[in-house]
Design a protein around this ligand. Structure first.
Ligand code: HEC
Length: 316
């Protein structure tokens, strides 16, 4: 588990290494070049919610389209081909279509949405494309149900705080495992394990605090100083939650998801089609509230993947 926490943190350190200009704006990817060439806002204004920024960005893009003024990107600092990725340095109509789905947010009645809605910025907050928080997208449920049958994760017994506190380290270990067809007790509950094991052992106190604080923020009334009062609620909220990864430079970080069972970007995004639908049908255990707003279909996979690849970086 310590290893896992460490790897979570490394992912986040990585996000600080992306190329930036002297104003501190990201400038390494075709997406960054597209924003700059079209004088589009590069990041949320101070205090602006990422989803509000996304809506603002979309309305500016719409205006550029109406005026026939969109500038496409076909070349980067190293020419037309990327040197660090096997792809062209390109941002064209398909990438823009993906951008629009990515930033689209649900209307009041999401069930009646006509256009595809990614709601992706709700967790993958620009410009780093992570909010540095934990969310349950259903990836663990999907993996568990794949092994043990639809609905099996919903039926799985997960101990509450008091019961969990009585378990030994060995007993707790079953909740941080890859599902096994021969042993239905093995499951990966993600952040639940960090909350579970954190109070034990030296050096874990600070990590426990960080994990607890970010999970506590999922519960409207929770404050970290009252952690004992919210302990059980936070433990429940941590079921199946994983830290949001950055979406920059995914070209160098496959396979995807904590399960590592998605070799291609297309496959990682594919997961959001059934998971969004299941969240709306309340069949996703402990679903993050943002998941019900993800309304995409098979036609959206190609443009969203092209948009993800436009976040790959090329610089010297
Ligand atoms: C509720 C928050 C949330 C929403 C909404 C969301 N994501 Fe994610 N995303 C995550 C989390 C958390 C992970 C890591 C899950 C895991 O490892 O199991 C992730 C993983 C990914 C990955 C794999 C990245 C990697 O390094 O493994 C991709 C690609 C991705 N999301 C794209 C999208 C797209 C596209 C959308 C919109 C259609 C979207 N996400 C919506 C939280 C979210």
């Amino acid at each position: 588990v310590i290893q896992k926490v460490a790897s979570l943190i490394t992912t986040y350190m990585r996000s600080l290494e992306f190329s930036k200009d002297d104003q501190g704006a990201f400038n390494g990817s075709p997406y960054d070049h597209f924003l700059k060439a079209n004088h589009l806002p590069e990041k949320p204004a101070p205090g602006e919610h990422p989803k509000t920024y996304g809506e603002r960005l979309l309305s500016k893009v719409q205006k550029l389209e109406r005026d026939g003024k969109i500038q496409w990107i076909n070349e980067g600092p190293q020419g037309g081909q990327m040197t660090r990725h096997d792809q062209a340095f390109h941002f064209g109509p398909t990438e823009l279509e993906g951008l629009k789905i990515f930033y689209a947010t649900p209307p009041q009645a999401p069930a009646r949405a006509i256009h595809s809605i990614g709601n992706c910025a709700g967790c993958h907050a620009p410009p780093v494309f992570t909010d540095f928080r934990f969310h349950n997208t259903g990836a663990s449920q999907e993996e568990y149900d794949f092994t043990h049958g639809q609905g099996s994760f919903l039926r799985l017994a997960i101990p509450e705080a008091a019961e969990r506190a009585r378990l030994t380290r060995e007993e707790l270990a079953q909740f941080a495992q890859i599902p096994d067809p021969n042993n239905p007790r093995k499951v990966d509950l993600g952040a639940w394990n960090q909350v579970a094991l954190a109070p034990q052992g030296p050096g874990l106190g600070e990590l426990f605090g960080q994990v607890f604080e970010t999970l506590c923020s999922l519960i409207p009334t929770c404050t970290a100083s009252q952690w004992r009062h919210y302990e059980n609620a936070v433990i429940q909220a941590s079921v199946g939650a994983f830290k949001t990864p950055t979406l920059r430079n995914l070209g160098h970080s496959n396979p995807y998801l904590h399960t590592g069972n998605r070799p291609r970007i297309e496959q990682a995004i594919q997961m959001y089609i059934p998971m969004g639908a299941m969240a709306r049908q309340r069949r996703l255990r402990n679903a993050d509230p943002e998941m019900a707003g993800v309304i995409i279909n098979a036609r959206d996979i190609a443009p969203l993947s092209a948009f993800m690849r436009s976040l790959n970086e090329d610089y010297e």
